[in-house]
Each structure stands twice: as structure tokens, then as C-alpha cells.
Design a protein around this ligand. Structure first.
Ligand code: UDP
Length: 140
């Protein structure tokens, strides 16, 4: 397996409850290395652009409002098969369906306020990393 990168967001429900460290520990324990990290307040335009693929979905407006309701921590994660490793430790979108030991099982509040985002493919990981980070902000 190759060492690859993925993109993660610690969402406002988690930063609000001071869970940045607890979530990051889960990621690190899953074999992922944080090679870039910054705490930002997303703008409405940034959030709409990031979730553009969901713009026709009924939850889009609420999701954008949630994502700008407080600070988020955007991260680049590196590791063996990083996209899958991260998706596995995140757990299912709906915390009610998330497996034991996953971030969403332990920390998520709801299907919307589910503590973390993680890229769903290597192709999207590259796009999402470029959306938030310059090359010199990532130190492997
Ligand atoms: N979401 C929501 N309601 C839904 C489905 C999704 O609010 O019924 C939100 C949730 O925050 C989720 C995000 O939209 O993480 C993106 O949805 P996706 O299906 O891509 O799930 P993910 O890849 O984050 O598990």
C-alpha cells in the first residue's frame, strides 16, 4: 500500500466542545499523521463552494449554516491508504449507524453535526486539500 494524503475537517460541533485534541488523537491512533493543520472561520462562500456537490440536496442550506456556525480545523492527513483509513475511523455519516470506537460514534451529535469531514476519494482529497492549503503549508 502507498502512503497517500487525505483532507479532514474537525467541524464546529467538535471545536465548540473542545474536542480538537480528542479527535486528532483518534486520527493519529488510526495511523494518520497530521502534516498540515489550521483553525479557521469558514465564510459562507467558502462553505458553499466546498459543498457545491450537495447544492441540490435538501440539507444543503442547513449544512452551510452549521459549517459556518463556529471555527473548524482543516487538516491534511498522511498515511497508508489515507482516504480509507480516515473514512474507517470517522464512522458512518449518521452517528446512529457508526461502529463502536469511531469518531462519529463517540463524539457526533447528529447526522449533520457529526464532528468530522473526510474526503471520499483520492481525487476529491487532492481537490479539497488545494481548496484550503498552499503547497508550502503542508510539511510531510
Ligand atoms: N448531512 C446532513 N444530512 C444528511 C446527510 C448529510 O446534514 O441527511 C451532512 C453531514 O454533515 C455530512 C455532510 O452533509 O457529513 C456530507 O454528507 P455526505 O453524504 O458526503 O457524508 P460524509 O461523507 O460526510 O459521511
Amino acid at each position: 500500500m502507498a502512503v497517500t494524503r487525505t483532507f479532514s475537517i474537525i467541524k464546529p460541533d467538535a471545536t465548540r466542545r473542545n474536542l480538537t485534541g480528542a479527535v486528532t488523537k483518534k486520527l493519529e491512533d488510526a495511523g494518520l499523521r497530521v502534516v498540515a493543520s489550521k483553525r479557521i472561520q469558514m465564510t459562507k462562500e467558502q462553505a458553499e463552494g466546498f459543498y457545491a456537490v450537495h447544492s441540490e440536496r435538501p440539507f444543503f442550506n442547513d449544512l452551510v449554516s452549521f459549517m459556518i456556525s463556529g471555527p473548524v480545523v482543516v487538516q491534511v492527513l498522511e498515511g497508508e491508504n489515507a482516504v480509507k483509513a480516515n473514512r474507517d475511523v470517522m464512522g458512518a455519516t449518521n452517528p446512529a449507524d457508526a461502529a463502536e470506537g469511531t469518531i462519529r460514534k463517540e463524539f457526533a451529535e447528529s447526522i449533520e453535526a457529526n464532528s468530522v469531514h473526510g474526503s471520499d476519494s483520492e481525487e476529491n482529497a487532492k481537490i479539497e486539500i488545494d481548496y484550503f492549503f498552499k503547497a508550502d503549508e503542508i510539511v510531510g
